[in-house]
Design a binder for this molecule. Sequence first.
Ligand code: FAD
Ligand code: DLZ
Ligand code: SF4
Length: 506
Amino acid sequence: MVNLVLVLGDQLSPGLSALREADKSSDIVVMAEVADEASYVAHHPKKIAFLFAAMRKFAGRLKDDGWTVDYTKLGEGSDSICGILMAKAQDHDAKEVLVTEPGEWRLIEALENCPVTVRQLPDDRFIASHKEFEDWAKGRKTLRMEYFYREMRKKTGLMMDGEEPAGGQWNYDEDNRKPPPDGIDYSGPMQFTPDDEIEEVLQLVERRFGNSFGDVRPFWFATDSGQARQHLAHWVKKALPDFGAYQDAMIDDERFMYHALVGLYINAGLLDPLEVCRAVEDAWQAGDVPINAAEGFIRQIIGWREYIRGIYFREGPDYTRRNGLGHDRDLPGLYWGDRTRMNCLHQCVTQTKEEAYAHHIQRLMITGNFALLAGIEPAQVHDWYLRVYADAYEWVEAPNVIGMSQFADGGIIASKPYVSSANYIKKMSTYCDNCEYSATTKTGEGACPFNLLYWHFLDRHRDKFENNPRISRVYSTWDRMDADKRKTIVSEADAFLDRMDKGETV
Ligand code: FAD
Ligand code: DLZ
Ligand code: SF4
C-alpha cells in the first residue's frame, strides 16, 4: 500500500523530514493550492503569488528527482488541506499521510482532526528541537534570547574558537546602531523576471485575490532555491559588510537598506538557515566582512529566529489572543493605506503595500511602536502583520508581534515595552525631515503624535511599569515635568486619538 507525503507551501525543502521518511519508488507526494490556506487571513497578493509559484516549481523539481507528485492547482480540488487528503487517500488507496509538522497550531489541529491517518514528523530544518528549547527554558525565571543564542553558537560551532566566541565577545551590537548614512551604495536585492509559469500565477492571484491589500506587480522575488542562492550570494558580496552598522537605520524610499531579504526564502524552505549562516561566516573568515556584521546577522538567524519559534510552541495556541495591557482600540485606516500626515508611517505602510516587506526596525519602532502607544487591540495588530509580509507565518509572526512588539504576553519575550517618542525615530531615520509634524515639538501646533502618545502610554500604564528597572527612570522625568504640561500632553494625546478613531486624517 502507498503512503501520501503532504508537502505544505512553506515546506519547499528537498531534505524535508516527511520526504526522508517516505519511499520514492511507491509513495506519492501531495501538494495543493487551497482556498483555506490562501484566505485564513487575507494575505498580501505578492505572498500568495510567491508561494504558489515556488510550490509549482518545487513540484517540478521533485518530479525531476523521481518522485510521483499529485499537484492540485487552486480551484481544481477541495478548499482545505484535509479535504485534499481525504480525496487523494481514496484516489490512491493510501494507508497513511506523512507530513512534517506545520508551523501553526491551526493546521496542526486540523490535521489531527482529519479523518485520515496523518503522522506528523518533527521539522528538523530548525536548529533547536522543541525538546531542546524546553530543556533550556525549564526552571529559568526569565527566557532571555541572549543566553539561548550562546547555546546555539556552541551547538552549531558558528564563529567559535573552540569553546569561546570568535573575537572574544558573544555580541557586537554596540557597533550596530549607527544613524542613517548620507546615502546607500547598494542597488538592492537581486530581482528575477517572471517566466510564463509565474505569469500564469500572477494572473490567477490578480483574479482571485486582487482586492486584498497589497500590489502583486512588479513581481521579482526568487521562486526556487537556485535563484534564492544567487540572491544570497549577491547580498553577501554587496551589502553584508554594511549590514551590521546600519541595521537599525531608516531612509526615505530606501526600502531594503542593507537588509538581506532572506526571511521569506528561509521560511518557505528555499534556503536552509545554516547554509545562510555558513555563507556569512565564510565571508567573514575571508576578511570581506567585519565581525559585527557577521555576528549580528548570525545572531538573528540562530538566536532570534530559533528563540521565537521556541516561544510559539512553548506558549501554546492561546498566545495570539493575549492582551496583557488590555488594549482595545481598532486598527486605524492608515495601516491600510489611508492618508496620514505622519511620514514615518506613510513610508512604512506604502512600502509594505508595494513590496510585502519592511525591515525589523520599521516593523518594531514605526508600525509596532505606534500601535502599542495608541493602544490598538493586539489581535488586530497580529492580524495585520500576518497578512501583509511575504515572510509571515504564525510561528514567527505571533511572538514578534504579541510578545516583542505589543508587550501583550506580559513580558515573556521583551523585558520592557518597545516604545519611543520621536527622538529615537529622528535619530535613526530621515523620516522626520520630510514630515508635516515636528519631531522636536512636544505639545501644541505641529507636535509629533509620538511625543504625545509616548507619555500617554507611560502614564496610563504606570502601575505596570514604574517598578520595572529598565524603564522606571522615565517616570522621574515625567514627574519632574510641570503639572500643567503633563495635563496638556495627556489631553492633546486624547484629542489626537479621538480624531484618529473618527477616521480623520492624522
Ligand atoms: P534581516 O534583517 O536581513 O535579518 C536576517 C534574518 O534573521 C531574517 O531574514 C530572519 O530570518 C532572521 N530574524 C531576524 N530577526 C528575527 C526575529 N525577530 N524573529 C525571527 N527571525 C528573525 N520575521 C519573519 O520571518 N516573519 C514575520 O512575520 C515577522 N514579523 C515580525 C513582526 C514584528 C512586529 C517584528 C518586530 C519583527 C518581525 N519579524 C518577522 C522579524 C524580522 O523583522 C524579519 O525577520 C526581517 O525583517 C526579515 O527581513 P530580512 O530577511 O531582510 O532580515
Ligand atoms: C501561506 C500559504 C498559502 C497562502 N497558501 C498555501 C496553499 O495553498 N497550500 C499550502 O500547502 N500552503 C499554503 N500556505 C502555507 C500554509 O498556510 C502554512 O503551511 C501554514 O500556515 C503553517 O505554517
Ligand atoms: Fe514620525 Fe513624528 Fe518623525 Fe513625523 S515627526 S516622521 S510623525 S516621528
